[in-house]
Ligand binder design. Structure first.
Ligand code: ADP
Length: 397
């Protein structure tokens, strides 16, 4: 069985064709600048990279070009579109409308239109991606795989905000979380790596990238996560503030003459590591600047690690114990100093990092950073969201 995984952005579209028998990626790539002049497709297959530069006025043209490449005599990996058994689409937010992977139907797409505003930057693009695929591959089975599904198991006392309960009921304002496919992948991979069943483990998964979220996973099920109604909540991130007192936001808006929408944009785009450091949102720049003695870059990194550490501690309490901490994503997989700053100081709770093991050069493999005698395993597991989307789609069929 071959599954095409699509991750559509407003002006971009990433794809992977995965053979489910071997879970091998046969081809992958992405379209850039859809709807903007200067469109480009980068396609990787057979160990080669193929680049096509042509205008991509909309997602339908982009997906047509992707399919043309997939069956192309030189760059292609299949002989016809019929070899694609199904398409799995990444969708960021589902609200309470969908709690699991769902087959695309007209009715489902109507509901998707209704919940567009839950993720205004992402969900409209996913809809464009689905509609483009349905236009180019009529009749092909398609699944929607939601980032929020993994968090659907959070109990009500964990996912609710302490607002008027009727307002939650009416407007569905609550925590939904994000990065669910990544948290699911690494928590399952951790169990597999340790030769245990997911049901046997209490895990804290730290997805630390440009956007970061931390989840508590009990027996394979998510019981809490740091992101909220939107990805703005939780630990401070590349450009997002993370958790903040709303009264401070109202005060800032008043002082700086910002509307509520401008305030939100400020919290999403100008705060976090970028705002504190004044240097960059990128952890490579931050660690370099901190090493060179930049106070604010060092402060930003300290704030990040401190916040992550507090979530790890809180989730240890929520889980009633801890067996594994997993680090993943750009920062989690590549920045030893951040991992060390989060784990150091947790020795009293059975978390002992081997500092030498932590300094390994990223080779894309799973690494166990725990010191001998550490009660809690500390793992780095490269995430693979596309594989989860392909597995979920295949399972649905
Ligand atoms: P997102 O998917 O949220 O955009 P990523 O998971 O790609 O983010 O993480 C991006 C972050 O990872 C950046 O802050 C970057 O500095 C950091 N990072 C550190 N080292 C590397 C590396 N070798 N490769 C990629 N990202 C790295």
């Amino acid at each position: 069985m071959k599954i095409l995984v699509i991750n559509a952005g407003s002006s971009s579209l990433k794809y992977q064709l995965i053979d489910m028998e071997t879970e091998e990626v046969l081809a992958k790539g992405g379209c850039e600048r859809i709807g903007i002049d200067g469109g480009k497709l980068t396609h990787k297959a057979h160990g080669q990279t193929f680049v096509i530069e042509q205008n991509l006025p909309d997602h339908t043209v982009a997906i047509s070009l992707v399919l043309k490449e997939l069956v192309d005599g030189k760059a292609g990996v299949i002989s016809s579109m019929d070899e694609i058994d199904a398409v799995g689409h990444r969708v960021v937010a589902s609200g309470e409308a969908f709690t699991k992977t769902t087959l695309v139907t007209d009715e489902v797409m109507e509901t998707m239109e209704e919940i567009k505003e839950l993720a205004p930057l992402h969900n409209p693009a996913a809809i464009l991606g689905v509609n483009a695929c349905r236009a180019v591959m009529p009749g092909k089975k398609m699944a929607l795989v939601f980032d929020t599904s993994f968090h659907a198991t959070m109990p009500d006392y964990a996912h609710l905000y302490a607002i008027d309960y009727d307002d939650y009921k009416t407007y569905k304002v609550r925590k939904y979380g994000a990065h669910g496919t990544s948290h699911k992948y690494v928590s399952q991979a951790a169990a597999e790596y340790l030769g245990k069943k997911p049901e046997e483990l209490k895990i804290v998964t730290c997805h630390l990238g440009n956007g970061s979220s931390i989840s508590a996973v009990d027996g394979g099920k998510c019981i809490d996560t740091s992101m909220g109604f939107t990805p703005l909540a939780g630990v401070p991130m590349g450009t997002r503030s993370g958790d903040i007192d709303y009264a401070a936001v109202e005060f800032l808006c008043r002082k700086k003459g910002m509307t509520m929408a401008e305030g939100l944009n400020y919290l999403n785009k100008k705060c976090g590591m970028l705002g504190v450091s004044g240097v960059s949102s990128d952890f490579r720049d931050l660690t370099a600047a901190a090493d060179a003695g930049n106070y604010r870059a060092k402060l930003a990194l300290e704030m990040f690690a401190y916040s992550c550490k507090k979530y790890v501690g809180a989730y240890m309490a929520a889980l009633g114990g801890l067996d594994v901490i997993v680090f993943t994503a750009g920062v989690g997989e590549n920045t030893p100093s951040v991992r060390a700053d989060i784990c150091h100081g947790l020795e009293a709770f059975g978390v002992k990092m081997d500092d030498k093991k932590n300094e390994y050069e990223n080779d894309g493999a799973i690494h166990d950073l725990s010191a001998r005698g550490s009660k809690v395993k500390i793992l780095v597991i490269p995430t693979n969201e596309e594989l989860v989307i392909a597995r979920e789609t295949a399972a649905l069929l």
